[in-house]
Design a protein around this ligand. Sequence first.
Ligand code: UGA
Length: 435
Amino acid sequence: MRIAMIGTGYVGLVSGACFADFGHDVVCIDKDGSKIDALKAGRMPIWEPGLEALVKANVERGRLEFTTDLKAGIQGAEAVFIAVGTPARRGDGHADLTFVFAAVREVAQALEAPVVIVTKSTVPVGTGDKIAEILAEEKAPKGTSVASNPEFLREGAAIADFKHPDRIVVGAEDEHARDVLREIYRPLFLNKAPILFTGRRTAELTKYAANAFLAVKISFINEIADLCEAVGADVQEVARGIGLDNRIGPKFLHPGPGYGGSCFPKDTLALLRTAEEAGVLQRIVSTVVDVNDKRKASMAGRVADALGGSVAGKRIGVLGLAFKPNTDDMRDAPSIPLVQALIDQGASVIAYDPAAMEQAERVLPPIEYAARAQQVAEGADALVIVTEWEEFRGLDLDRIAKTMRGRVLVDLRNVYERDEAERAGMTYFAIGRPA
Ligand code: UGA
């Protein structure tokens, strides 16, 4: 099968490389010449475990190519995937489809034979219908059809998620599109991944419903964590106690500083806009958006409380800046409002992140950056764990405590146990665990 992938961002590049690894011939297309040059030279535009090796192996096997030339890139393809960005639109928060529609128009004008156009980007319900209208306007070859195949991969675990999905969702309105997508995903059926064929609108909505539900789960456990703190219960045990119920499930019940990243914040807002346009209330998701924003904004207050009420004049060491481990992605990271508030309230901040410091410099106010974890503790009044990178789980707390001025550990990810921190002479603050 020959596949063209338009957009070499997160979803496009991972999907393109994985499809090539399945044995398909894949051409990844991007307008950004510097990105394509870098990819050709084996340099990845994103930080994702295993991606560089996967790209390299498939380029060497001749199954994966990169180009800026859309017209040449799509010729001979049976499927053209659209994986360009759909950022939140300024003003109303709805998904901005400018790039999607521009790509479709360009494809329609360049096509010489019919293809299946597949949206992989997260797009609002009805986008497939609008794409079909553009194809008609541009007189795309007869038989060209549109399908929706949303992506459920997580940053940091993207390749494993792509190759071992819980399910594949394909929304299509014609048999040919279903056949092409069935063929593309055939290698995964051998691994028994269920494939769900639905209507196009249903597939589009499924993606938003999945992300919104996960956001609900996280916000739910975050609020239960607050309640645990007030009544002296342990949220870790509550999460385990409810998660062992199959109907609830153990995943996405880790309390923390609020969800961030490029998906949940953007997709929950877009779902609300879709609902508004349809005249339907979505009170749960709307509340979750509000709860999560307030939670992120309240994290600096926790640090102040741990320091007796104020951070003014204090030196705060921050461990972890990326919105989650194994990525350098800073989009909507909880570290942003936290660091900003600490600075606004008169603290000085020194931070370390294994991958995201370069990205962080672009979005954080000026702060100090450390070359390693140990260094952020030196002379600090408090140490705050914001992202649960693996390397922060095994810190030598005894050694760290000795170099600190204040010996306060604020663990926003519940990485440590209270007694191990206290044995090191630290005052320990967790999320939702008894004091
Ligand atoms: C999320 C979904 O998990 C993917 O299935 C989906 O494909 C993706 O969005 C997308 O739409 O592209 P991602 O944003 O990469 O993936 O990261 P997650 O692992 O879901 O984490 C999102 C945020 O929730 C992070 O800030 C994380 O710290 C937070 N989180 C997650 C919690 O606070 N608690 C949890 O239990 C789980």
